[in-house]
Design a protein around this ligand. Structure first.
Ligand SMILES: [Zn+2]
Length: 437
């Protein structure tokens, strides 16, 4: 197979030494920009007795202070901006679940970089000129919608800006408009698959060929399930608003790790507890530095996402390093009776058991001071109409599978298909009813 590369893909193949040279030059510039224009960053460098001139090699980045989500909240709304408002052409914000949201800003040059990395992302996933792209990411303050929109339009594909929600209309458009590529959260696409079946539409018979899924962690088992049910290739895309939005990295057709657009985003993996930089191959927290962002440079931003950089070059020939796909975030971690539990582990266990659907919810309660975890799992129509004995057997099987992965026995409740509330964006996996202690 001769892979057809998008004409914009040239930077993906630049020799490593040139990539590193470029990174160092850009790092110096961005640190100088933040030092000159962002008081919080300047005071932190001053405390350490550092100036931008102290960056001699890329490894010197480890001497710089981290930036956290808390810093964005504390300086709400515009405290970390490095460009005057008249140069800022776009603002986005996160939906703050508690208190203030975080606000991010873009100059025209930042929007152009964002578009270019999204063009490259979609190209890596095999989307091309002539594709009809259904963009079911939410439009608005959330970066997903406009990020995918500009990327798809920038590569000359046809964009359908349908946004999230109204699933019946999504299915109708997918079918009637001959959609060939879709962008959404993986859980919302699963919901579309379900709904399509109810509407007697078989997605496998449609021209839909590729899905670019992101904005929430999802597992390899979930990918297999999506690919089997829909007959498409499902790619994992990664990004976050604090850095740029979607387009920080994406899988290539080898689907082993996500290539990071390292000419714009410098990745490090650190020990989440000590903050020490870890060597390639070791698992830890992803820390990203924006190398070209003007309006809001992020220096050593703690993403809370747990992953590792893959040391080996990719068989696709791209020189951009890869990171393992993100299965969990350090702030997703639940502590149940002293044991660390991640929702992604629950997902993996459930998807291995026949007769279950990938729709589940974790419910936490506290009884007599002891944490209780219940996993509600939807089972297939067939299974549910089976004899009681069969359900009990399945219940035990799931409890065993969960115990095997989590190391603790948790309560399992099987529920009918379509009982668990569907999300049109990021799935809500955990309901915590424990009273604050
Ligand atoms: Zn590759």
């Amino acid at each position: 197979m001769t892979p057809a590369f998008h004409p914009a893909s040239a930077p993906d193949f630049v020799p490593r030494s040139l990539v590193r040279e470029l990174q160092l030059a850009r790092l110096r510039q961005i640190v100088a920009r933040a030092w000159e224009r962002v008081p919080l960053f300047r005071s932190r460098l001053d405390e350490r007795g550092l100036t931008p001139g102290d960056l001699h090699t890329l490894d010197d980045i480890a001497r710089l202070p981290f930036t956290t989500k808390g810093d964005l909240r504390d300086t709400y709304p515009f405290g970390l901006f490095a460009s005057p408002m008249e140069e800022i052409v776009r603002l986005h914000a996160s939906s703050g679940t508690t208190g203030k949201p975080i606000v991010v800003a873009y100059t025209q040059a930042d929007v152009n970089v964002w578009t270019s990395v999204m063009v490259l992302s979609l190209a890596l996933a095999g989307v091309h000129h002539g594709d009809i792209v259904q963009n079911a990411y939410g439009y608005g303050l959330f970066t997903g919608g406009l990020g995918a929109h500009y990327g798809a339009e920038g590569m000359g594909a046809t964009v359908i800006p349908i946004s999230g929600g109204n699933t019946d209309r999504q299915i109708m458009v997918m079918k009637d408009f001959g959609v060939t590529a879709i962008c959404s959260t993986p859980t919302y696409f699963l919901h579309m698959i379900d709904r399509a079946a109810q509407m007697d539409v078989d997605i496998r018979e449609l021209p839909l060929r590729v899905g670019v899924f992101g904005a929430e962690p999802w597992t390899e088992s979930m990918r297999r399930r999506i690919e089997n049910l829909s007959g498409i290739k499902a790619y994992d895309i990664y990004g976050l608003s604090e850095i740029i939005g979607p387009g920080v990295g994406i899988e290539c057709p080898h689907q082993h790790g996500l290539h990071i657009f390292e000419d714009h985003f410098y990745p490090e993996i650190v020990n989440p507890e000590t903050g020490d930089v870890l060597p390639d191959g070791e698992e830890g927290e992803l820390v990203l530095t924006t190398l070209s962002k003007q309006a809001m440079p992020m220096i050593r931003y703690r993403t809370r996402d747990i992953t590792a950089l893959i040391p080996e070059p990719c068989p696709c020939g791209r020189t951009l390093r890869r990171m393992l796909r993100i299965g969990r975030r350090s702030d997703d971690m639940l502590i149940i009776r002293g044991v660390n539990v991640f929702p992604s582990q629950v997902e993996t266990a459930l998807l291995e058991v026949e007769g279950t659907l990938p729709h589940y919810q974790i419910i936490l309660t506290r009884f007599h001071g002891l944490d209780q975890m219940e996993v509600q799992v939807e089972v297939t129509e067939e299974t549910f109409s089976d004899k009681i004995g069969a359900l009990e057997e399945l219940n035990d099987k799931i409890a065993d599978a969960l115990e095997h992965v989590l190391g603790i026995r948790v309560r399992v409740t099987l529920v009918e298909p379509h009982t668990i509330e569907r999300s049109e964006g990021k799935a809500k996996r955990v309901i915590d009813r424990r009273l604050p202690s």
